[in-house]
Design a binder for this molecule. Sequence first.
Ligand SMILES: *Cc1c(COP(=O)(O)O)cnc(C)c1O
Length: 378
Amino acid sequence: MPHEDFADLTLFITGPTWLRPEVRRAGMLPEFGHRDSEGNKRFVPIFEHLRTLARVGEGWDVMLFNGSGSTALEAAIRSLVADGETVLNVSVGAFGDLFHKMAVLNGKKAVQLKFEPGRAIDLERMEQALVEHRPAVVTLTQNETSTGVCNDVETACALARKHGALPVVDGVSLFGGADARIPESNPAMYVTSPQKALGLHAGFGIAFVSAEALDKAARVRNRGHSSDILNQLNTARKSQTLTTPNCGLANQMAVQLDYIVNVEGVENRYRRHAVMRDMVQAWAARQSGFELFAQEGFRSPTLTTLRPPQGMSVADLKKIKEAVRARGYLFDPGYGKLNADLEAKGLRPVFRIGHMGDITPEMLTGYLDALGEILAAR
Ligand SMILES: *Cc1c(COP(=O)(O)O)cnc(C)c1O
């Protein structure tokens, strides 16, 4: 296999993300038995560090689903929405839409509340939908990766509860890059993935599950096997996975979470992400004709979305991607479906700069300089 041909690009996309050399090397650590004491050496600290990052206490269970973030999102739908109940899927973009699709495909009675791309949740409209549809469960996206909008899920969760609904939060692409505010938001379940702001490969859906969610699941039929949070509980409480985990990823995760908590420090990590968001915004202000896409006050700390100058098409962005590749980077020309919809309406496309995981401000400076030169030479 000619793996010498695999390019070693620095990923500035929005997941998967660039891995630190130490994390790459951890992929070479020994395989192990996942019910053996060697498994505990990896997974007990993994579960503990996830709790530290989430700031959740005794009343919460941590679960690692084999699969990806989507697997755990689907488990939330299957475990928490009972027959005859309504789930309200609040969407500000493609990942909010995905949550709705999962509810529909699992046969749940689902209503979608959609907002314009680039806009955050409008709480007044959300309240109207809660009054109108009386949902038992509400799904929310914390950091909408297709548009770069970071919602105020703390207020949205409180609003859902005011109307008697259990809130569920998709925190994929934020968790590990900023404080997820889980105890303050108090969702019934919070889901994330390793391959975004945690700086790891994909392979697990990570879930923080409240006692309330476990109670609710007991009253829901047909939860499936691996999608059932009650079925996951016994192994989760032993800091294990229900089904065989990816040992390579577990080794890397043990090393990486220890680094995040004990070496970099959680607060430093969050600060670094906020600094990088500000750097990209300052860079964008220096490029003529570029505009920030996400609503002011709701701009993500882990990725930034930008509208290029008038006249620049998706095809142009794809050409830029190839020029950037020649400099050793992977450029993100935007979320495909969003750009197809925007172009069909005669609107400018949106491209993204992922600044999550272990990307440093120095790396970001190098990337923005290269991108600026390529844009200036057009
Ligand atoms: C990437 C992403 C997902 C999907 O996660 P997978 O781990 O790819 O299944 C869901 N929601 C958001 C907000 C995402 O960014």
